[in-house]
Design a protein around this ligand. Structure first.
Ligand SMILES: *Cc1c(COP(=O)(O)O)cnc(C)c1O
Length: 729
């Protein structure tokens, strides 16, 4: 491999003494180390907010005088030195969980592929939960010292930004991403030309550039096709996430799967095992098979080889939600590929053929991944079971429980989602090393040591912070002059920091039933406007631009939000993203989730809430079915008969929701106050919730499970295969 040069797009002019701020800006390590943003805030807090927490923009725009002032500030310099010592220690650490647990595997490498990565709000290369999971997975892999490289896309526009019209209609705006403002490192060859890979699409070649993003110790490579080498259509390939156009979509997936393997090879990586996060990257199996077929192996043999080092995680519990392509499209795009694989057209299609409800056939990405991976899992216990049922037809001679799809329940990256003030309580009462012991149940038992009044003080502080932030956002929108007055009320300027506050934020897909709470409108009015014990609701979330029912659901919510009778206690926050998510999961009192079971494969926002002492109130679906123990939050509609028809079930679950809210949650919050004015029983629940959920649903626990249940075995298979090849050679 020739020399690869790494170039940062912007040269900052920084005083020498604090020059290494640049290194911090170009490694997302800072995202989960709050002492770094504090450095930027100390230099210029307003600019830090204005640059949307983006260090590259911040360092580009900051006033030289302020930087000079910082170099004369002892306090700042002490913090700066401490942060960099910590950064250096982290980056150079040889003694990690991975190296201690797998000393013989430290030269191996995991590859991780995903359509989207949610790492930070300033990097719009994610749409929602799947992306956040990928981002959190990389952060935790870095923390644990797992040798990993990852592959994804950087998009021209990213995911759309959301505005709500006065009438409650979602308007999608595609704002181009300014690449120079992102911590993307350009990869150049020895002649200074961008490193590129090429894939074959019908009648043409498509080139992609590769950008590097540092996520702690893990490197993420992002492909991008908007470059002069490509014709205008192909330049659009990496325009947006989740385009509905099937030709663009299959091209994207060929680029990610096949192009992604080529990108890693071009950069000199030889991963030992490969993890596909969801089916979008499943074409990587074909590229890997092709590598062996080109060396003279028969396709079936090649499959046997690559399978042992492929890992596939499915996230979709409904057949209709899975990625499938019509056969005419597969013919068009793969007619070149099957001869190369030594297959006939029919043999090729047969690999991933799925019957459609209308009787025809399609090519299924999850089937391709399931058949060509030896390790397969769903993302919660219930979802594992649903997936075994859904895919049983692929293993016709096995009983459902023996279908070889296991489960590893999702988790969240603790330090990304934890409020700083809660972290301070943990340091004080769980021990300074709490972050090293996240998955140790003994650690979390010590939550009992946190004094009630401190717990409550922090909870109240976080709610005030959320409300203050929402009022600022609402005021800013009002000042743009583009909103109707009632929209300013809808944006939350009448929120009260001392009222019981319920959060509901997620993608507006119809199965998530955001409108379940509106089913008995009058009862909701009574609950919300109870003069002695009022309740407020904060909603946020996007609908996919092509999802009309999802958009109608937003409209239904927005109309209620605007209804003067609620007195501004229902609120809709526009343009849900990781920043809003962080404020909400830290600041509200209760986190509500009302999916139609079992369609929520896992869900992760409730885990973020739980970590921060926010109580979950949810359908027993996905993760909450495992997390709920009767005391650490509330369930909705546990005893609902599975075979009940949809409308009847909605009605029963809504009724149960109102009853629990009115008879248990509201009184617990307002009435059970002890002599010192603290809601002692509420606080006890908050602690029980942290004790039982914070560790179990951490990314620490999750990534360790991936490591012990799948990665280790896949890596050992890879080593065995490599040794075999070397013997033959
Ligand atoms: C955590 C998160 C999600 C996923 O939440 P779910 O509970 O799975 O719906 C989606 N979007 C953002 C911005 C998040 O932070």
């Amino acid at each position: 491999m020739s020399e690869i040069v790494k170039e940062k797009p912007v040269e900052f002019s920084l005083p020498r003494r604090i020059k290494r701020l640049e290194e911090l800006a170009y490694n997302l390590w800072w995202v989960w180390h709050p002492e770094v943003p504090r450095l930027f805030k100390d230099i210029d807090e307003l600019l830090w907010e204005k640059s949307y927490h983006n260090p590259v923009v911040f360092l580009r725009d900051v006033d030289r005088a302020r930087l000079n002032a910082a170099t004369n500030d002892r306090y700042f310099l002490d913090n700066y030195d401490r942060v960099l010592r910590e950064f250096d220690r982290y980056m150079n650490e040889k003694d990690t969980w991975f190296s201690r647990t797998y000393p013989n595997l430290t030269d191996e490498l995991m590859a991780y592929f995903s359509f989207e990565f949610g790492l930070h709000e300033s990097l719009m290369v994610y749409a929602g939960g799947l992306g956040i999971l990928s981002g959190d997975h990389l952060k935790e892999s870095s923390d644990l010292g797992i040798p990993m490289v990852a592959v994804g896309f950087v998009y021209t526009y990213g995911y759309f930004s959301q505005r709500i019209s006065e009438d409650g209609w979602q308007e999608a705006e595609n704002v181009p991403i300014d690449f120079d403002s992102l911590p993307l490192i350009r990869l150049l060859d020895e002649n200074g030309a961008p490193v590129k890979i090429v894939i074959d699409l019908p009648g043409r070649k498509v080139f992609a550039r590769i950008f590097q993003l540092n996520v702690g110790r893990v490197k993420l490579y992002l492909l991008h096709t908007n470059i002069p080498d490509n014709d205008p259509n192909d330049r659009q390939l990496t325009d947006m996430l989740y385009i509905s156009d099937l030709e663009l979509r299959i091209s994207q997936e060929i680029l990610l799967g096949m192009g992604g393997v080529r990108a890693l090879r071009a950069l000199g990586y030889q991963p030992t095992a490969w993890h596909m996060n969801e089916g979008h990257s499943a074409f990587l199996t074909l590229e890997r098979a092709l590598e062996y077929v080109e060396k003279g192996m028969h396709f079936d043999e090649a499959v046997e080889v690559i399978k042992k080092t492929n890992i596939f995680t499915t996230h979709t519990p409904v057949p209709a939600g899975n990625d499938e392509f019509p056969l005419w499209l597969v013919d068009k795009y793969f007619v070149q590929v099957w001869p190369d694989l030594g297959l006939s057209r029919d043999d090729f299609i047969d690999i991933a053929k799925i019957k459609q409800s209308w009787g025809g056939d399609a090519f299924s990405m999850p089937i391709l991944a399931l058949k060509l991976s030896a390790f397969r899992n769903g993302v919660s216990e219930l979802h594992g079971k649903v997936a075994r049922g859904m895919w049983q037809f692929l293993w016709p001679d096995r009983k459902e429980e023996d279908v070889p799809i296991s489960h590893i329940t999702n988790g969240i990256h603790t330090e990304t989602w934890l409020a700083r003030q809660i972290g301070i309580l943990f340091s004080r009462y769980l021990g300074a090393d709490w972050a090293d012991r996240l998955d140790d149940p003994n650690l979390w038992a010590q939550v009992e040591n946190i004094p009630d009044e401190e717990m409550w003080r922090v909870r109240r502080h976080l709610k005030r912070k959320l409300v203050a932030k929402i009022i600022t956002w609402g005021r800013n929108r009002w000042q743009t002059g583009h909103v109707h007055p009632v929209q300013t009320i809808a944006s939350g300027v009448l929120l009260d920091p001392y009222t019981l506050t319920i959060g509901f934020a997620r993608r507006f897909a119809t199965y998530k039933r955001a409108n379940l709470i509106l089913r008995d409108y009058d009862r909701l009015l009574r609950i919300v406007t109870n003069a002695r014990m009022p309740v407020q609701f904060i909603f946020a979330g996007k609908a996919h631009p092509a999802d009309e029912p999802g958009k109608l659901m937003i409209q239904e919510i927005y109309r209620a939000v605007k209804d003067a009778r609620f007195g501004g206690r229902l609120v809709f926050l526009e343009d849900y993203d990781m920043n809003i998510a962080r404020y909400m999961v830290q600041g509200v009192d209760v986190w509500l989730n009302t999916p139609r079971r079992p369609r929520e494969a896992s869900g992760t926002s409730g885990m973020k809430a739980a970590l921060n002492g926010v109580l979950n109130f949810s359908i027993l679906d996905g993760w909450w079915r495992e997390g709920y123990n009767g005391h650490n939050g509330w369930e909705i509609g546990n005893d609902i008969d599975k075979d009940m028809d949809r409308d009847e079930r909605d009605a029963k679950e809504a009724l149960n929701l109102y009853d629990t809210l009115e008879n248990e949650i509201v009184p617990l919050y307002y009435e059970q106050r002890s002599a010192d004015g603290l809601p002692a029983d509420w606080i006890a629940k908050v602690k029980e919730n942290i004790r039982t959920l914070a560790g179990q649903f951490s990314m620490r626990r999750m990534v360790k499970e991936y490591m012990t249940d799948m990665y280790e075995l896949a890596i050992l298979n890879g080593i065995e295969e490599r040794n075999g090849e070397e013997e033959q050679a």
